[in-house]
Design a protein around this ligand. Structure first.
Ligand code: SF4
Length: 241
């Protein structure tokens, strides 16, 4: 497959997003660590679950099972108990199986490579990318629903990304937009998710407050079709006369 081409607005988009993230990001415990196991636990917990709910479980779970070896040694019933109330218990079972597999086959260390991560129980394309970028600071796309929405609107001009073709287009975009430096990739991927969670929400995006409003295809098309138009957030102000 040919390498995806980088959109023209990639550089200003990344810059605006990173500057906004530094000011506006929430201080979440899994953003303060690069411990692969702790990052992995957060990603399993965050699947289809709100951040506020995960915050109640994340710390206690890690105190109970501070390393992947501790988790691997645990009995399934106690892992289920630690997860009790968080829902989707299949995640807990998969995480537990994963821990046992990492201990038995990888010497207790999570692999760094996406392909190897994807072979572990319960790890799909998103989780593998998220662990690669958030734990190992690698330029790797991690496309969840928030990221797909932001990229679909900003670069494809679509409110919702649908179907296999749309999913592929967004995945290629996410890859093409990755900064080369790992630390910048970490910030970029966190910032995309944060923008989708706080500003570019599904039902009521706050385009007028958006740091990438001036670069957003979807927003520009809406302003153009609105009577009177108006200045786009993030767009340069017209020169004074
Ligand atoms: S301008 Fe609006 S639609 Fe575009 S990325 Fe920002 S919040 Fe989302």
């Amino acid at each position: 497959m040919p390498a995806p081409s980088t959109p023209k607005a990639a550089v200003p988009f990344r810059r605006a997003l990173a500057a906004w993230y530094r000011k506006a990001a929430r201080d979440l415990p899994w953003r303060r660590t690069r411990d692969p196991y702790a990052v992995l636990v957060s990603e399993f917990m965050l699947q289809q679950t709100q951040v506020s709910r995960v915050l109640d479980y994340y710390g206690p779970f890690l105190r109970r099972y501070p390393t992947i070896a501790h988790l691997a040694r645990a009995r399934p019933a106690t892992v289920r108990e630690a997860w009790d109330g968080l829902g989707y218990y299949r995640r807990a079972a998969n995480l537990h199986r994963l821990a046992r597999e990492v201990v038995s086959r990888h010497g207790g260390r999570l692999p760094r490579e996406i392909e190897e991560l994807r072979r572990l129980p319960g790890v799909g394309a998103y989780t593998a990318g998220a662990v690669a970028t958030f734990a190992f600071e690698r330029p790797a796309a991690a496309v969840d629903t928030n990221v797909a929405r932001v990229l679909g609107r900003a670069f494809l001009g679509r409110d919702r990304v649908k179907g296999a073709a749309g999913t592929t287009a967004v995945a290629r975009l996410a890859e093409a937009l990755q900064p080369r430096r790992g630390r910048s990739a970490w910030t970029f991927n966190q910032a995309l998710m944060e923008l989708g969670a706080l500003v570019c929400t599904a039902r009521s995006p706050r385009c007028a407050d958006c740091p990438v409003g001036g670069l957003c295809t979807w927003y520009r098309s809406r302003v153009r079709t609105r009577p009177g138009g108006g200045r786009l957030a993030g767009a340069p102000r017209p020169p004074r006369r």
